[in-house]
Design a protein around this ligand. Structure first.
Ligand code: GUN
Length: 294
């Protein structure tokens, strides 16, 4: 069994980012990312702070807007428009999910697609479906694809089964894996919470992507021996023995699944670090495209 070390692959992505940042800085350009959080969900707050920290580590310009849970739709829209117009900002990310009174789709539509480093804007969703390389692909599925490639796992002709159909992971993951070319060319099945007889389908997977957001949902019965398992889950579960009172576990019951696998990602240290590395990479891409002189 091969442990797919996301942290190490993420370092490779970040090293590429550092190189590109140096090139841009030589042209007098610093890529800038704005991260917006509405409300005080502790997990979301931890994510946006770690995104901000990574920007600073790399020498990117970053601004973090942490807004109260009472922020109105109009106030949030006004901030997005201000960031769209700010030439120092090349990437805009509004942390999902926002509080329930916010119309998230309308916020996403207000983001300039050229700055939509999350790849959530309808223009970028369409570009992914169209295999247009100028678009932005959501960071988590892009990170999963990169992990497979860096680990020497052939997707071409493989049966990839995705558990979860979210706009953030499941759907874009399916589009990436079925796209033509390296890291794609897979036969893709998308399953979800209403799928009947799930284990019979996941047991056909050469590559299983678990992205349902339920702790330890994928068990030994879901696995074909020799499968590759990518665990996208980041779930907080109570753990009185830990200092924080909780610990992070994936969507996969690692201890019983890992012995059956050819390769598997751990949680933490698997997909998580890749997501943030690809966010940096998307921000640099946005900067390059927005500042291109030819
Ligand atoms: N919430 C969970 N994952 C993500 C992500 O990749 N981007 C944003 N904006 N929100 C998220």
């Amino acid at each position: 069994m091969q442990l797919i070390r996301g942290k190490e692959v993420a370092e490779t992505v970040l090293a590429e980012c550092r190189e590109e940042i140096a090139h841009l800085k030589a042209r007098g350009i610093t890529p800038g990312l704005a991260v917006v959080l509405v409300g005080d969900d502790p997990a979301s707050r931890a994510y946006v702070r770690s995104k901000d920290r990574k920007c600073q580590e790399l020498g990117l310009y970053s601004v973090r807007h942490e807004l109260s849970a009472e922020t109105t739709q109009d106030e949030l829209l006004a901030l997005v428009r201000q960031l769209n117009a700010d030439p120092a900002i090349h990437g805009i990310l509004v942390q999902s999910p926002p509080p329930p009174h916010i119309d998230e789709a309308a916020i996403v539509r207000a983001i300039d697609p050229a700055k939509d480093v999350d790849g959530f804007h309808p223009v970028n969703v369409a570009k992914l479906a169209l295999e247009d390389p100028t678009g932005f692909v959501p960071c988590t599925p892009l990170g999963c694809q990169r992990l497979l490639q860096a680990s020497g796992i052939e997707t071409r002709g493989a049966h990839a089964v995705i558990v979860g159909r979210s706009m953030i992971v499941g759907k874009p993951m399916a589009l990436l894996l079925m796209a033509k070319g390296p890291g794609g060319d897979a036969t893709v099945t998308v399953t979800h919470s209403r799928t009947q007889n799930l284990p019979a389908i996941t047991r056909q997977a050469d590559i299983l992507i678990a992205a349902i957001g339920r702790p330890h949902f994928i068990r030994a019965e879901h696995i074909k021996p020799g499968a590759v398992v990518i665990d996208v889950g980041i779930n907080r579960i109570d753990d009185p023995t830990s200092e924080k009172g909780y610990r992070i576990v994936g969507d996969v019951a690692f201890d019983e699944v890992a012995p059956l696998c050819r390769a598997i990602t751990p949680v933490p240290g698997g997909v998580g670090p890749m997501t943030i590395a690809l966010l940096m990479s998307n921000t640099i891409k946005a900067c390059r495209q927005l500042t291109a002189t030819t």
